[in-house]
Structure formats: C-alpha cells, structure tokens
Design a protein around this ligand. Structure first.
Ligand SMILES: N[C@@H](CCC(=O)N[C@@H](CS)C(=O)NCC(=O)O)C(=O)O
Length: 198
C-alpha cells in the first residue's frame, strides 16, 4: 500500500493527491502537521532529511520531492501517457515540471505563504512581481494550446495546477491570463480530478 505523508493545505501534497486520483491509485494518508513541527521529528527526518512534505512510501521505497513523486507515479501507474519516455517529449515535460517547481514557487506559491504565514518573512513585493512573470510565461505557453507540455495532459499540468488554482489565496489574480484560466477550467474536467480540500 502506498502511504502519502500529507498535509491537506500543502500545495506540494495536493499535486501528489491530484495525480493519485487521476490515476485511480489507492493509497493511505499519514497526517503531518507542519505548523506543530511534525516534519522536524527524528522519525520524519529519517524519511526525508529535507524536513519537507510530501513523502510517499511504497514498502521499503521512500520518495521525496513532489516532482520526483509525480514522475514515479506516472511511470509506475500511468504508462507513457502522463510521463513520456520519447526524449523530446520527456524534455518538454521536465522543463515545465521545473517551471512549476521554480517560477510558480517564487510566484503564487510564495504569495500564499507570505499572506498566511507572515513570520516566514517572504518579500511581499517580490512575490507579486514573480507571480506576474510566472503567469505571463504560462499564459504565453498555453495560448493556442490545451495542455502545458504536450497535446494531452501530463505530470507538467498536474505540477502546475495547485499553485495556479490557489493563486487567489495569496491575493494573486488570474485576470489578464485568459489562456491560464481556460486551462485551469479544463483541468477540472479531467476524470478523477479532485480539488484541494476534496
Ligand atoms: N521541492 C519540494 C518542496 C517541498 C516543500 O516546500 N514542501 C513544503 C510543504 S508544501 C514543506 O514541507 N515546507 C516545510 C519546510 O520547508 O520547512 C517538493 O516539490 O516537494
């Protein structure tokens, strides 16, 4: 049985829950509360020395980092569809996985943290600029396309969706990014789609 060390509101955990649901994979959740320091216990640090969620375990296999977990799940349960092995397609998916992990992280992901966890001292001006940059890049990419990396949904779409869908939590508006809005609505129609708190 797969076990996801999970916090419902943590967007990197949501990425993994979303793909597990899209792939119809059964798993159990192990709650980890970042606010009370569950991620700094010796037990959790033995699983992930980075002290971060998500962690996914499959027997003796212990996986960390949401992008790595998405790729592993896609390979194991999704065949070629969600993470292709053809080199050109794979590189495209990897490039947009990196954009989810970096550009979206510096933008709408951190904007949400800045608003709700002010003690993290994230620069509120920087996240507005970085959100505009990230959303512009994603909007340009999605202009005239249905999905971020390929002509069908892949792990790149799953990795990008949480920070974009929850951008409003950090007072980042999707107004002015019509291709991003249309894509987000398209994501919600995928069979097995789940929302953040589903
Ligand atoms: N690159 C990692 C980042 C993971 C991450 O930042 N996780 C957050 C929750 S969404 C966390 O555990 N934060 C607690 C901390 O960094 O102390 C991934 O994509 O999984």
């Amino acid at each position: 049985m797969l076990t996801l060390y999970n916090m419902p509101l943590a967007l990197n955990c949501y990425k993994v829950r979303l793909l597990l649901s899209l792939l119809l994979v059964t798993y159990e959740k192990r709650p980890i509360d970042l606010l009370t320091g569950d991620h700094q216990t010796p037990e959790f640090l033995a699983l992930n020395p980075f002290g971060q969620l998500p962690v996914l375990t499959d027997g003796e296999v212990v996986l960390r980092d949401s992008q790595a977990i998405l790729v592993w799940l896609a390979r194991k349960f999704g065949g070629e569809r969600w993470m292709p092995t053809e080199p050109n397609a794979e590189a495209l998916v990897n490039a947009w996985l990196s954009a989810a992990a970096f550009e979206l992280r510096l933008g709408p992901y951190d904007a949400r943290l800045a608003k709700h966890f002010p003690w993290l001292a994230i620069n509120a001006n920087t996240v507005v600029e970085q959100s505009a940059r990230a959303l512009r890049l994603f909007d340009q990419r999605l202009n005239g396309r249905e999905w971020i990396a390929l002509d069908h949904p892949t792990v790149a779409d799953v990795a990008a969706y949480p920070a974009i869908a929850q951008a409003g939590d950090g007072d980042i508006s999707l107004e002015g990014y019509p291709a991003v809005q249309a894509w987000a609505a398209r994501m919600q129609t995928l069979p097995g789609f789940v929302g953040l708190l589903d």
